[in-house]
Unconditional design. Structure first.
Lengths: 425, 220
């Protein structure tokens, strides 16, 4: 990272402004509907969290640089320049109070993709030196150590050792020619070791070859959360190099929302060329197994359960049907939240919010929206498919004295695998 | 300047100047947007996005989810009422159609004047309610800048003066008609340089929104 200055920030931000951004700013009529779609507004009632106003400095830059009227105003000295003080004030709005969940994008009557603009604005904010400390730390660790939480390969190897003992077969590392390459999130390695065991058992039953690269096992990408494309590109490149070296056909993004956006949607655009392999979320892979008859389960969960859709999978990723197909294989009493699927409410901690200590209190306030959704349903179990959502849900439930266990969908499926006629993997 | 001279000026050179500024300004606006371009998406796409782009242009006329719709019902309803009102008053009033006919060479059926008159009253009242809402609602007050109020006046005046001219209220008819046309001229001349451009650019924005989402497999 070269030294962050206001000048660099403005230059970076100018480079981000494209035709959609110009169209969006030209279309906003200040109707305020986006506020009602944003949990940071609905749960605080503070108008400053209105999504479109979070990109106000960016709007001014667009007007000053890319419109006739703006240029005339600038020439006459009538326009307000962007300053460090202003960006510093905006840090809270661009990072702490936006999980880039994309709900505002879905309700805007003129069709503005505000999330798209926040993502771009962060490029300018980080180049100007106005990214939160927590995210800078996570990104630095990701680049230097290989994981935002500082997890190194030996930690994963140790966890794999425990899993091997439990499942009774080897976890394949660096296997050239495997069909699938599994990525993990640090959160799964540190907090949810059951994920790796679940994947191992499912692949074993399906008889599919898979591997984990010792050089690129980390899927999360702090670069896209902080908004530094150079670093995001470096993190994606590590995965691309490993996948090409191991000649895999499919790279599997783990139970994590933004990791999916990073590798599946931003990845090829960051490195500047299409990938030579497919990228799929673990739920997409499992649903493919289901369709091909390779995922065989037995028994049903009797608990009343609901599914929390990770925003980056549904609104920003298009993985909507798969978790429902999979849940229905093992859950008898699965109910939907009022707003679900592509309109589900964010957990409150995505898009870098969870890595940002400054946002800690706010993210728990934002969780109240999820709490309200759960209060309507009275479920026994909450299922999700994102380790980051899961941490936030667990913390939010704990703080609010709600006794609802949170389960990862992959693990839940693995618990229902037909064990008797498993193939040798 | 007599009232007749004034009327002749506004509906002659005045309207011509306003129309030229409008056409030039809107062309510039559209060019300013599209000349910025955008990068091609290199990710493996789930669809071309074209269908969802077009669908979004249509679907955003309505509401999306229950929660947000409930909380924005007021904006939805007042928004619809005044936009439909503007459309009716501008495009379905006999004298207006005559004017369009003189430019375009063809016309279309008008609504009975009494209905347009009634719609105009409803629209004026709705616009006043919307202004009140903008001033009193915390989110709208926070968002609003001078331009929002200027644009409100620009929209309100042609409706009000048109209504007054039709009913010969307070001032001589010739003056009222002249002022009505002048207010339209000002609206047209400022249109390309204010948020009024949304009338055109919202189609691009909805398209981009649906198109980019559609490529990822998000249906509207």
């Amino acid at each position: 990272m070269s030294e962050a200055t206001l000048e660099r920030g403005i230059k970076a931000l100018k480079e981000q402004i494209d035709a959609p951004v110009a169209s969006f700013f030209s279309s906003c009529v200040h109707c305020g509907m986006c506020a009602e779609a944003c949990l940071f507004y609905t749960e605080t009632g503070n108008p400053k969290y209105t999504p479109i106003s979070k990109v106000e400095p960016m709007r001014r830059l667009w007007e000053q640089e890319f419109t006739l009227i703006g240029r005339i105003k600038k020439l006459l000295g009538l326009s307000k320049k962007i300053t460090d003080e202003e960006l510093s004030e905006w840090q809270e709005l661009v990072y702490n109070s936006c999980s880039m969940c994309g709900r505002c994008t879905m309700v805007c009557p003129v069709g503005n993709d505000i999330t798209y603009m926040i993502r771009k604005f962060r490029e300018g904010m980080s180049a100007a030196g106005h990214a939160p400390e927590g995210l800078i730390g996570a990104t630095t660790r990701a680049i230097q150590i290989g994981s935002p939480m500082g997890v190194k390969f030996p930690a994963l190897k140790a966890q794999a050792g425990h899993v091997e003992k439990e499942v009774g077969f080897e976890i394949p590392f660096d296997k050239v020619g495997a069909e699938y390459m599994l990525l993990m999130s640090s959160m799964e390695i540190m907090n949810y070791p059951e994920y790796l065991g679940a994947v191992a058992r499912i692949f074993h039953q399906a008889g599919k070859s898979w591997t984990i690269s010792s050089e690129a096992f980390e899927a999360t990408n702090s670069g896209i959360q902080i908004g530094t494309s150079d670093l995001a590109r470096e993190l994606v490149n590590r995965i691309v190099e490993a996948a090409e070296k191991l000649k895999v056909k499919t790279v599997i993004s783990p139970e994590c929302g933004h990791a999916y956006t990073a590798i599946r949607w931003e990845g090829p655009n960051l490195v500047g060329h299409p990938f030579s392999f497919r990228v799929r979320h673990i739920l997409e892979v499992l649903d493919e197994f289901r369709k091909d008859g390779l995922l065989r389960t037995e028994g049903f969960e009797e608990d009343k359960m609901t599914f929390h859709d990770p925003c980056q999978l549904v609104r920003r990723g298009g993985v909507i049907e798969q978790p429902r197909n999979l849940l229905n294989m093992v859950a008898k009493n699965f109910v939907e939240m009022d707003d679900h699927g592509k309109m589900n409410w964010c957990c409150g901690a995505g898009g870098g919010v969870s890595a940002n200590e400054d946002a800690h209190e706010l993210k728990l306030t934002a969780f109240k929206r999820k709490k309200a959704q759960l209060d309507e349903l009275h479920v026994d179990t909450l299922v999700t498919a994102c380790a980051n959502c899961r941490i936030q849900l667990e913390e939010g439930l704990e703080v609010n004295d709600m006794d609802i266990p949170v389960v990862g969908l992959t693990e839940m499926l693995a618990e229902h695998l037909v064990e008797t006629d498993s193939k040798q993997g | 300047m007599t009232s007749v001279e004034f009327l002749q000026w506004v509906r002659g050179p005045g309207l011509a100047i306003a129309s030229i500024i409008f056409v030039f300004g809107m062309t510039l606006k559209v060019l300013e947007i599209f000349m910025l371009g955008r990068k091609k998406n290199l990710a493996e796409l789930r669809s071309s996005g074209v269908k969802e782009g077009f669908r979004t242009i249509i679907t955003r006329f309505g509401a999306v989810d229950r929660f947000t719709t409930r909380r924005t019902m007021f904006t939805h309803i007042t928004g619809w009422v005044f936009h439909v009102g503007l459309f009716v008053a501008i495009f379905l009033l006999t004298p207006h159609i005559e004017l369009f006919k003189s430019f375009l060479g063809f016309g279309w059926p008008a609504l009975p004047t009494a209905i347009v008159d009634f719609v105009t009253v409803i629209t004026l009242i709705t616009l006043l309610i919307i202004l009140f809402h903008r001033i009193t609602n915390p989110v709208l007050r926070y968002l609003s800048v001078g331009e929002d109020y200027v644009v409100w006046v620009l929209t309100f005046l042609p409706m009000l003066t048109g209504y007054m001219a039709y009913h010969h209220l307070f001032f001589p008819y010739t003056w009222l008609l002249g002022i009505h046309i002048l207010s339209v001229c000002i609206l047209m001349a400022l249109f390309p340089f204010t948020k009024l451009t949304h009338a055109v650019t919202l189609f691009f924005s909805r398209w981009y929104n649906g198109y980019m989402g559609g490529q990822k497999g998000v249906k509207q």
